[in-house]
Design a protein around this ligand. Structure first.
Ligand code: PLP
Length: 419
């Protein structure tokens, strides 16, 4: 059934091992396989499908563009598609939030924007070191991997990953302030052996790290530490941006403005390859072509992104994420957590996790398999993959959302032998 993949495709493939079927169609939060079986999608392309599969509004913009033989590949030349994308980004997303970021179009995937940000921070501050947090995930190329915490992924680099210092995240110690006390002591102590960084890279909500939601006070204090010490703050909103946490950018809830932001995944509105680096104008310091690439500017992604931002505003997807996020949190807390007091819930907006580490981390994978058998695609996150990660499209219908959580409930019951 999977011969061509198993014999001809590299063993590096991963998600297909948890979700072993051949998918053919997708509509909003439903995936369909070759046999016609339907699956509810609580994975949403790892956060690339916030607006739902084949979102009709975005799809129309893209198919109209294609039908008219408009330009598809243009490197970073000026095109109408990019012009309209930039106008919409400014008028619908940045200006309403009083953000004056300049937009740098990077390569096709998230890690390309992270690499660009790394280079730019080092260039701007003239320092090699950067700080990242325990549990961070920023991508799989050498620069971004050097800021990614998990040892398995890091080993794949095949060389030492350098010039990054990891700092405890808010959840490393019982008291969130301890991590920032440590950070401050490192920055203050000129005999601590750690070089001053150009930047601190941060996920305000760690997704791959296990759904860790940084407290607002903690984020504000971190912003101040960066200001006081002449360090750039870079927010990686690749997975939790574009409405996922209940606002377009994840940092809005803390009322802070980072110096740079990296975006990808759902920013194209349609699951197309696109990544962006947003930076305060004073840090727009690359010389022309100093950072370059053939696929910076996929015109279909520009068209999708423009339509996606329009749709986001029209449908108030931030509000939808907050409301549906409440459904998730209420239902998980009232129906699933009581099954075993050692289960833990964490989440914000429409990113949520059920942590099995209090019982046995391996159970999360068993639940993930059971869910798939019962028609739900859902992924894991965190140390030892101990967290079941709930990440539906923001556009999921409430009925489908409830049905998906019911599948988790019955799968957890089966795995805990509670039937
Ligand atoms: N940063 C974060 C927070 C991510 O979640 C990811 C991917 O999951 C990346 C960076 C890397 O993005 P990509 O896989 O598109 O390179």
């Amino acid at each position: 059934m999977f011969e061509i993949f198993e014999e001809n495709e590299s063993v590096v493939r991963s998600y297909c091992r948890k979700f072993p079927t051949v998918f053919t169609h997708a509509k909003n939060a439903i995936l369909t396989d070759r046999a016609g079986k339907e699956y509810i999608d609580f994975f949403a392309g790892a956060g690339a499908i916030n607006l739902g599969h084949n979102n009709p509004y975005v799809k129309k913009a893209i198919t109209d563009y294609l039908a008219e033989d408009r330009i598809i590949h243009a490197l970073d030349m000026y095109t109408e598609a990019k012009e309209e994308f930039l106008n919409t980004m400014r008028d619908s997303v940045l200006s309403p939030r009083n953000l004056t970021f300049k937009v740098m179009c990077c390569g096709s995937t998230g890690t390309n924007a992270v690499e660009a940000a790394l280079k730019l921070c080092r260039k701007v501050k003239g320092r090699e070191n950067v700080f990242a947090f325990f549990g961070a995930f920023h991508g799989m190329t050498i620069g971004s991997l050097s800021m990614t915490g998990d040892r398995f992924s890091r080993k794949g680099a095949g060389l030492p990953l350098t010039n990054v210092t990891f700092i405890p995240y808010y959840n490393t110690f019982d008291n969130p302030n301890t991590s920032l006390d440590y950070l401050e002591s490192v920055l203050k102590d000129d005999h601590c052996g750690i070089d001053k960084p150009a930047a601190i890279f941060l996920e305000t909500v760690q997704a791959e790290g296990g759904i860790n939601v940084a407290p607002i006070d903690w984020l504000k204090r971190l912003r101040k530490i960066c200001d006081d010490n002449d360090i750039l703050m870079v927010v990686d909103d690749i997975q939790v941006g574009v409405g996922r946490t209940g606002t377009f950018f994840s940092f809005e809830r803390a009322d802070i403005v980072p110096d740079m932001v990296v975006l990808s995944k759902s920013i194209s509105g349609f699951g197309l390859p696109m990544s962006l680096l947003l930076m305060k104008p004073e840090y727009d310091a690359f010389k022309p072509a100093e950072h370059n690439g053939t696929f910076r500017g996929n015109q279909l992604a520009f068209v999708g992104s423009k339509a996606g931002m329009e749709y986001f505003v029209r449908e108030d997807l931030g509000k939808q994420a907050r409301e549906k996020g409440k459904i998730i949190a209420d239902k998980v807390k009232s129906e699933i957590l009581p099954l075993d007091e050692r289960l833990k819930f964490r989440g914000i907006g429409m990113i949520a996790g059920i942590d099995f580490s209090g019982i046995d981390s391996k159970l999360a994978l068993e639940v993930c398999h059971k869910c798939f058998d019962h028609g739900l695609v859902i992924e894991l996150a965190g140390r030892e993959d101990c967290v079941l990660k709930i990440l539906p499209p923001l556009t999921v219908e409430e009925e489908v959302l409830n049905k998906g959580i019911d599948i988790i409930l019955s799968s957890v019951k089966e795995v805990l032998n509670l039937n």
